[in-house]
Design a protein around this ligand. Structure first.
Ligand SMILES: [Zn+2]
Length: 305
């Protein structure tokens, strides 16, 4: 112990001498010394520890229950899987190495609870569910494509974003929803405003942010049962004949992927950095106490793909 103390004192003396030398060199150059630059407060973006920040990119629906059909008869699940995979690859390439692509099988309702449970076990920082939209049946019209009859509606193109008041971190969910909506807008994409219309019936939603296109949808299981900020993105309308083609193009997919990545980067930078030992059980933001706060899962086993 004593020898270590002596060693430390020696190091301190050596450090003081080095600092004096560095100061002298810096004074001679007339610039701020390197050691002083290193102690300046980090910029906003530096607060984001990308390597520790886990995003779950949830592929909406399952192979067995594939969701909506497009105007040309393609499955929503296939659109979701393709886009979510591109998002996962881009996030990993951007340094978010803990990103998980969450693919779930089985019946629809059970798969929703499975998704939330797996996300909660994984100590994720953000949950993003990827979907593609359709319309209520009353809006469907018939047409023929490649000799087969299909249904379509060319109304209501555009994406939409949903958050739940019942999420444990509603404030965080809304914050990411806004960042995502504004990033999509910055990439030239428009949200659809039709969810505010009375004709949507039980699908009518409250628009929480008219600039970013964020709607309130409290009942969605993947949003209310997850204990981290959670957002559902309807990336566009595949029942719309034009937009289906756009959503199948690499150009449109690249815009959405870039917007999601920008939003995740901004969101990560806005969150308080976590100490490693806190990673498994960070409480939800206190400001989000719409509902009783529940502690996050104590175990932090990564989600299997
Ligand atoms: Zn869907």
């Amino acid at each position: 112990m004593r020898s270590k103390t002596g060693f430390n004192a020696c190091l301190r003396r050596a450090g003081t001498a080095s600092l004096l030398l560095l100061s002298l060199l810096a004074w001679q150059r007339g610039s701020q010394p390197a050691w002083a630059q290193a102690t300046t407060p980090p910029a906003q973006g530096a607060a984001c520890d990308r390597g520790a920040f886990r995003v779950i990119v949830d592929v909406g629906h399952t192979a067995e229950a594939p969701g909506a059909r497009s105007a040309r008869g393609a499955l929503e699940y296939d659109f979701n899987l393709r886009l979510a995979t591109l998002i996962e690859h881009k996030l990993v390439a951007a340094g978010f190495e803990k990103t998980v692509l969450l693919v779930t099988g089985g019946a629809k309702r059970k798969s929703l609870f499975d998704r939330a449970a797996r996300a909660n076990r994984s100590s994720a920082d953000l949950f993003l569910s990827i979907h593609h939209d359709s319309v209520p049946d009353s809006f469907l019209e018939k047409w023929e494509f490649e000799g087969e009859e299909h249904t379509f509606s060319d109304r209501f193109p555009g994406h939409s974003i949903f958050v739940s008041y019942d999420n444990a971190d509603f404030a965080g969910s809304l914050e990411f929803g806004r960042l995502l909506g504004l990033a999509l807008k910055a990439h030239g994409l428009r949200y659809t405003p039709h969810y505010t219309e009375r004709f949507m019936g039980h699908r009518q939603r409250q628009l929480l942010d008219a600039d970013a296109g964020v709607y309130r949808y409290d009942q969605l299981i993947v949003l209310k049962n997850t204990r981290m900020p959670a957002v559902l993105l309807e990336a566009g309308s595949i029942i719309n004949r034009d937009e289906e083609l756009q959503l199948g193009s690499s150009e449109r997919q690249s815009l959405i992927v870039a917007a999601v990545t920008d939003a995740v980067e901004s969101f990560c930078a806005s969150r308080h950095p976590r100490a490693p030992h806190q990673a498994a059980r960070r409480p939800a933001a206190a400001t989000a106490a719409k509902t009783a706060l529940r502690p996050a899962a104590a175990t932090a086993s990564p989600v299997k793909r």
